[in-house]
Design a protein around this ligand. Structure first.
Ligand code: ZN
Ligand code: ZN
Length: 90
């Protein structure tokens, strides 16, 4: 980690925040808790096996079934196409 202001080396404090060792006054806020994906379990709709998924997304390794990404709790980060509107307002 380097200072975000002057580029000098930064030292990490006990609370996880970083402070410039060059004493330019820069300091970073302590990093927040890492986002851990929510692991959920459901029944495969193809073969009824118990499968685990992340954030509501499931894919069965036995029969190849997977649910639609739109059923997930959050959109995929790299969703290229916008979801097709079901209630078009013309
Ligand atoms: Zn600095
Ligand atoms: Zn299956």
């Amino acid at each position: 980690m380097t200072c975000g202001n002057c580029g000098a080396a930064a030292t990490q404090g006990p609370d996880g925040s970083w402070t410039c060792s060059n004493q330019c006054g820069w300091s970073s806020t302590a990093p927040g808790p890492a986002l851990t994906p929510e692991i959920t379990t459901t029944r495969c709709r193809g073969c009824d096996a118990e499968i685990h998924g992340l954030n509501g997304r499931y894919a069965c390794g036995l029969c190849g079934w997977s649910n639609h990404w739109d059923e997930g709790h959050q959109p995929l980060p790299a969703a290229g196409n916008p979801p097709r509107g079901t209630n078009s307002l013309h």
